[in-house]
Design a protein around this ligand. Structure first.
Ligand code: ADP
Ligand code: MG
Length: 238
């Protein structure tokens, strides 16, 4: 496991700055939520941490390692996306095994890791199904299973629940938190839903237009918002 540091991180697309000097310290094992309105730069920050996007300036560290120039495969992270991106022609087991197959793990090792992840996520009886034969919640669990099998230092989630209906969303919040309590893996989770942030995070990072407005525990933000933007954003319903 490892913490994550963003040090004066900047990003422009062409001449257009979208991340304007961001500093965030994430402790080993912390569950941190980046929250803010659509377009404020949450996904860009996550994609830079994952190595899917270059950074224009600054430094990103995972543990003691500066990862700015490392390709995604050399960063010990696993990402769960909004649209799951499951392979429709592969079974649940193969969806979970795929990244391990790519990196050359042995069949025994793959079976072991998939078995453990399936047990944790309640997917043991569904390993031979195809994604089309699963409910929305089950698909979400398979997407998480693909991340868990890699046993990464850091989990990244980008709006993982936004395609689910309201009831399932509430249930999956609890499942993701339980998973974190069990594995204690450092987690960076993006949402534009302030209720999700308030109920799930150890620490919330409120973003607005490419900058960080405030970082704090949910109750600290609620009790002592740094400015009107934070007060309005945290206080308003989803
Ligand atoms: P969020 O995830 O908070 O909704 P994003 O990080 O996706 O926001 O986007 C932040 C800003 O960067 C937006 O203005 C978006 O249009 C812009 N942006 C994101 N990706 C690209 C890209 N590949 N090329 C140009 N602009 C982009
Ligand atoms: Mg986004």
């Amino acid at each position: 496991m490892a913490g994550v540091d963003f040090v004066d991180v900047r990003k422009s697309f062409g001449a257009f700055p979208v991340i304007k000097g961001v500093n965030i310290e994430i402790e080993d094992g912390e569950f941190v939520i980046l929250v803010g309105p659509s377009g404020c730069g949450k996904s860009t920050l996550l994609r830079m941490l994952a190595g899917l996007e270059n950074i224009s300036a600054g430094e990103i560290r995972i543990g003691d390692k500066v990862v700015n120039a490392l390709p995604p495969k050399d960063r010990d992270i696993a990402m769960v996306f909004q649209n799951y991106a499951l392979y429709p022609h592969m079974t649940v087991a193969d969806n979970m095994a795929f990244s391990l197959m790519l990196n050359g793990s042995s069949k025994a090792e793959i079976d072991k890791r998939v078995g453990i992840a399936a047990g944790i996520l309640g997917l043991t009886k569904l390993l031979d199904r195809y994604p089309r034969q699963l409910s929305g919640g089950q698909r979400q669990r398979v997407a998480m299973g693909r991340a868990i099998v890699r046993d990464p230092q850091v989990f990244l989630f980008d709006e993982p629940l936004s395609n689910l209906d309201a009831k399932l969303r509430v249930a999956m919040r609890a499942e993701i938190k339980e998973l974190h309590q069990r594995l204690k893996t450092t987690t960076v989770y993006v949402t534009h839903d302030q209720i999700e942030a308030m109920t799930m995070a150890d620490k919330i990072v409120v973003m607005h237009d490419g900058i960080v407005e405030q970082i704090g525990a949910p109750l600290d933000l609620y009790d002592s918002p740094a400015n009107l933007f934070v007060a309005g954003f945290i206080g308003s319903p989803a």
